[in-house]
Design a protein around this ligand. Structure first.
Ligand SMILES: [Zn+2]
Length: 728
């Protein structure tokens, strides 16, 4: 009897893995059954003593074409509340045919819910739930997954086991246009090309394989369409929104390779090719360290930073808020060619799932900051090299959302600031035995002292930070119009944390925390007024408005596009005289290769060139800038030159200019220019270092940049500036 029981148990296991794959319907029903059993009451297992509800089923969005729910399961010791814990994101499936990851994701949930069946993993299950929050999205391409497994729509049987994309109706003909077999499907967007970072480099609609560039025998035309615009697909938006809400520390995104060309591979952000040197992500050591361990546990011999720029999830996530995602190309046999059946070696599914469970648990323990012994590698793994903490208001004790956690050793201009979540929580991985510094800042608060992180291998380093609120001051706005009108003005308030636009009238008082601000006052028909102020007491500002005097204006019916170095917009200033103050109003958007390509506005007079503006990086939403400029004394026949200075290797979206208007303005506005604040953004930060570096290269001098007042702007001033930024 006992033998018979064992045999049937094994048969059951086999059938559950290989013959009964997770279709979308099966995912849907299983997740709901689990919600019924585990989603409302604490788990009954002795392994989870003291834990609350460990399972919570959520719908994070709907698919683009068929409006199918996209499910996310949250697993934690108290899954029904948000805790101050490191978070892990598992993306089981993006590409429809790549079904290995669906099985792995569902098995991860299954093991947490049934610890009695997986006692070998008991420690991981306990510690994972206790110390972290785990979010699992079995599929975020449900409509594609339905195509792979087949279903009936309006009486038609629809199935293509090699389908990759979502079902986006790209030609709006109301029908789903696909061809059974690899590639050639004219509908659908590749969700892993649709993220808003390096999106421009993905394939355009109906782009075919180019035989002069690649081997086209694989016949995968149209499979990599990036979508009409970044984040055009609701599936992508669902992941973007979840990631912004949860600030994941670590993540795995499962894929698999039909061609077998990139089989059994671990890819992480980033080590881009295409330039004379590889461009690595800031903090790459920390990322690759864990990535290489994951590859070792999986027995994969290919691993490394992602080589190409093309709207991928992992590069976007890391840039956006620091989440480190490993793309695992799941496979079993090296260079397996899957033909046109399911992209899975059914006979080896158990082994594939098992090795991926090991790799997942390894990543999970890193997020948990817990020491453990890995039996497969027979190796101890440190539990620390992680800094975590909560940022709170020193007066109220309440958490501060969006406080910026700056660890300069892990950052660079290409990355967005790393911020606290709604609980004030942050967590960052560190590299063993390296030293780090950390500072926290938030709008309306004094910046923290610099904290030296003592990086411990034995457990997470906890740094809770209390920030004191800055004093609030009255800013009284006294507006004076010619002819005594009292028109409503638009006021733009900018500093390193905010950019707000308000409608104001004269006499209005606004309250702002102590800080540096740029204030721009605009109204139709009047010259914009710009003030750079240090608000350190109650302040009254007299804004004397004058009718605008336009000396040059262009508002072309189509945008100017600057996409190569040959294009220049040249604006003559022949009617201007020395000492005249100008304001340049320019509405534009830009996306330029960070630190290699620049949008430059120069004043050129004979052989003299003055830098007026120099921008790199991106802000690809139309925005109006107001740039102040005074015609120099030696002016004779000078002009403004707007152009793109690029290094000719990587073409981002470039610069689109909607309009330019140059006006006369009154004398220089009062205010404060702090030493070192070279770009006048009211903050001392990396941008000022960039501006200073550019001044040194251009051999320019400005008193505010000469921090050690030795009459030169040089590397010593950069050292001073870095110290100012770090230590205030
Ligand atoms: Zn894939």
């Amino acid at each position: 009897m006992k033998l018979a029981y064992v045999i049937s148990f094994y048969l059951f296991l086999n059938s559950s893995y290989s013959q009964d794959l997770y279709t979308y319907e099966k995912i849907d029903s299983t997740l709901h059954v689990w919600q019924e059993i585990f989603g409302n009451t604490p788990h009954s297992s002795d392994d989870y003593e003291g834990f609350g509800v460990i399972y919570n089923l959520d719908t994070i969005g709907y698919s683009s074409q068929d409006n199918l729910p996209i499910y996310a399961v949250k697993l934690s010791a108290h899954a029904d509340i948000k805790e101050t814990q490191s978070r892990v994101l598992i993306l089981g499936q993006c590409h429809a045919e790549e079904i290995y990851g669906v099985e792995i994701a569902m098995e991860i949930i299954n093991q947490f819910l049934h610890p009695e069946q997986f006692q070998g993993n008991r420690t991981f299950l306990q510690k994972g739930l206790y110390f972290t929050e785990i979010w699992i999205v079995p599929t975020y391409n449900p409509e594609g997954l339905r195509v792979v497994h087949g279903y009936v729509e309006d009486g038609d049987e629809i199935q293509d086991v090699t389908y990759r994309k979502n079902k986006r109706d790209t030609d709006n003909n109301g029908a789903f246009d696909f061809i059974d077999g690899i590639g050639q499907d004219t509908d659908g967007v590749d969700l892993n090309r649709n993220y808003n970072f390096n999106w421009i480099f993905g394939d355009t609609l109906l782009q075919s394989c180019d035989p002069t560039v690649s081997d086209c025998s694989y016949n995968d035309d149209y499979d990599y369409y990036k979508g009409e615009y970044p984040e055009s697909e609701s599936e992508t938006q669902a992941i973007v929104n979840l990631a912004r809400e949860e600030n994941f520390l670590l993540s795995i995104a499962y894929h698999s390779s039909r061609s077998g060309n990139v089989d059994k591979n671990v890819v992480y952000p980033w080590a881009w090719e295409g330039k004379s040197t590889i461009v690595e992500s800031p903090g790459f050591d920390v990322i690759s360290d864990l990535g290489d361990e994951i590859a070792e546990l999986l027995g994969y011999s290919y691993f490394g930073g992602s080589k190409s720029r093309r709207g991928n999830t992992h590069d976007w996530l890391y840039r956006e808020n620091g989440g480190i995602q490993y793309l695992v190309e799941v496979g079993y046999t090296d260079d397996a060619s899957y033909g046109e059946g399911f992209l899975i070696e059914a006979d080896h599914l158990d082994e594939v799932i098992e090795s991926n469970m090991d790799a997942f648990f390894h990543l999970l323990m890193r997020a948990a900051g817990q020491f453990y012994h890995n039996e497969f590698l027979d190796q101890d793994f440190d539990g620390g090299n992680l800094v975590t903490g909560v940022v709170t208001d020193a007066n109220t004790g309440l958490p501060i959302l969006d406080a910026i956690i700056n660890i300069p050793e892990l950052e660079g201009e290409i990355l967005k600031p790393r911020k606290t979540d709604s609980e004030g929580y942050y967590s960052r991985l560190l590299y063993p035995n390296q030293t780090y510094t950390l500072a926290a800042s938030a709008y309306g608060y004094n910046t923290s002292d610099i904290i030296n992180i003592i990086n411990s291998a034995s457990g997470p380093t906890n740094e809770d930070i209390q920030l004191s609120p800055s004093p609030i001051y009255d800013l009284t706005l006294d507006l004076q119009f010619p002819d005594d009108e009292n028109t409503e003005l638009q006021l733009i308030i900018q500093n390193s944390f905010i950019s707000d636009t308000l409608a104001i009238t004269s006499g209005e008082i606004i309250n702002l925390p102590q800080d540096h601000y740029r204030l721009v006052f605009t109204a139709l028909g009047y010259t914009p007024q710009v003030f750079d102020i240090c608000l350190e007491a109650d302040t009254e500002i007299l804004v004397e408005l004058s009718y605008e005097e336009v000396i040059w204006e262009a508002n072309p019916s189509e945008n100017w596009v600057l996409s190569n170095e040959e294009e220049e917009i040249s604006i003559p200033l022949s009617n201007s005289t020395a000492g005249e103050n100008l304001i340049i109003e320019i509405n534009f958007r830009y996306e330029l290769e960070w630190d290699y390509d620049y949008f430059i506005i120069n004043y050129i007079n004979g052989s003299d060139t003055t830098d007026i503006m120099r921008l790199t990086g991106d802000n690809y939403v139309y925005n109006t800038d107001y740039i102040l400029f005074t015609i120099p004394e030696e002016h004779e026949n000078g002009y403004l030159s707007l152009y793109l200075d690029k290094d000719d290797s990587i073409d981002y979206r470039g610069i689109d200019i909607d309009y330019i208007k140059i006006m006369l303005r009154e004398q220089d506005t009062s205010g404060c220019f702090d030493s070192g604040d070279l770009n006048f953004d009211g903050a001392l930060n990396i941008l000022d270092i960039v501006a200073m570096g550019n001044m040194i290269l251009a051999d320019e001098y400005a008193i505010i940049a000469d921090l050690n007042e030795d009459g030169n702007v040089n590397i010593l001033d950069i050292v001073n500036l870095v110290n100012l930024i770090l230590y205030g």
